[in-house]
Design a protein around this ligand. Structure first.
Ligand SMILES: Nc1ncnc2c1ncn2[C@@H]1O[C@H](COP(=O)(O)OP(=O)(O)OP(=O)(O)O)[C@@H](O)[C@H]1O
Ligand SMILES: [Mg+2]
Length: 283
């Protein structure tokens, strides 16, 4: 079931309390500014049906793991979130370790999201990072073993003076494979990333490749505990066909629906979630 929005009486009570104070226009603005404040602290993805699964929105500054099997829609979901943010004047940063910038741009344009325009306006940066750049960041980490090393990461990770509201890392699995068995190093790197974005107040979406029906949601199984939220994308086989589904496994700081619900990747639109369509069987 979809979470119900707050009932009207609550807000009309606020209006009543505010009215006797003085001039009416000021009084009627009060509940609005409270609402605006709340919306400042939470992020909407703009994904049809998905935002309705979460009571308030994704708390700003959270680290969210987007986990799922091959072709389950992780990249599209994150591009869609950044497109929505860019349309609303926010700044997004897509850090890709896999697909090239031009392919990601093309991907966005296939769904009707004008990547080039967002980039021109300064609302989107897509950057493909190489193993070499990861290596430099890791060297920075190793050089300073204390917390201050976060400052050293900045010029490597972000373009000059670009302070994004949202960041996507595609993917943690690619970073993990670079470390090849050095699990300890990888974990400390990822932990630094989480903290770094949290400090900046940037909401981060970290993509993790999993099995189609995952039991573990990240490369080492620890990231899901570090993360504030975990969203799982499924590509479930039912007989001869595969169906997409989505689940919010956890999300700190807000209530959310705890169900696996149907999802579709729609041409020219992107991801659409159907909150009332539960997915049975096959899991
Ligand atoms: N234009 C489109 N219209 C509808 N569906 C599409 C379109 N483009 C891609 N898809 C579907 O989306 C799937 C890929 O989505 P996406 O690239 O986001 O998956 P992913 O989880 O990031 O995959 P990977 O693990 O390979 O990176 C494709 O397999 C295809 O089924
Ligand atoms: Mg992908």
């Amino acid at each position: 079931m979809i979470l119900r929005k707050k009932k009207k009486p609550a807000s009309s009570e606020k209006i009543k309390k505010a009215e006797p104070e003085k001039a009416k226009p000021v009084a009627s603005e009060k509940p609005l500014s409270a609402k605006a404040k709340e919306s400042e602290n939470f992020i909407k993805t703009g994904i049809e049906g998905f935002d309705g699964l979460i009571e308030k929105g994704i708390p700003k500054g959270s680290a969210i793991l987007i986990a799922g099997g091959a072709g389950s829609g992780k990249t599209i979901m994150c591009l869609q979130i950044l497109a929505h943010a860019a349309k609303n004047g926010k700044k997004g940063f897509y850090m890709s370790f896999e697909e090239s910038e031009s392919r990601l741009r093309k991907h966005m344009e296939d769904f009707g999201w004008n990547a080039t325009e967002y980039e021109k306006k300064g609302n989107l940066v897509i950057k493909r990072m190489s193993s070499y750049e990861i290596a430099r960041a890791v060297e920075g980490l190793l050089a300073k073993e204390r917390g201050e090393l976060l400052i050293d990461l900045e010029p490597i990770l972000l373009p000059d003076n670009y302070k994004p509201d949202l960041v996507v890392i595609d993917s943690l699995s690619a970073i993990a494979s670079y470390f090849m068995g050095k699990t300890g190093q990888y974990r400390s790197y990822v932990e630094q990333l989480f903290r770094y974005f949290e400090r900046m107040g940037t909401t981060s979406f970290m993509i993790a490749e999993t099995k189609q029906i995952p039991e573990v949601f990240s490369p080492t199984g620890v990231e899901e505990f570090l993360a504030d939220g975990v969203v799982v994308l499924y590509n479930i086989r039912k007989g001869d066909i595969r169906e997409n589904a989505i689940e919010i496994l956890k999300l700190r700081g807000t209530k959310h629906v705890k169900k696996i619900v149907a999802m579709q990747i729609v041409d020219n639109q992107g991801i659409a979630v159907y909150p009332d369509q539960e997915v049975f069987g096959g899991l």
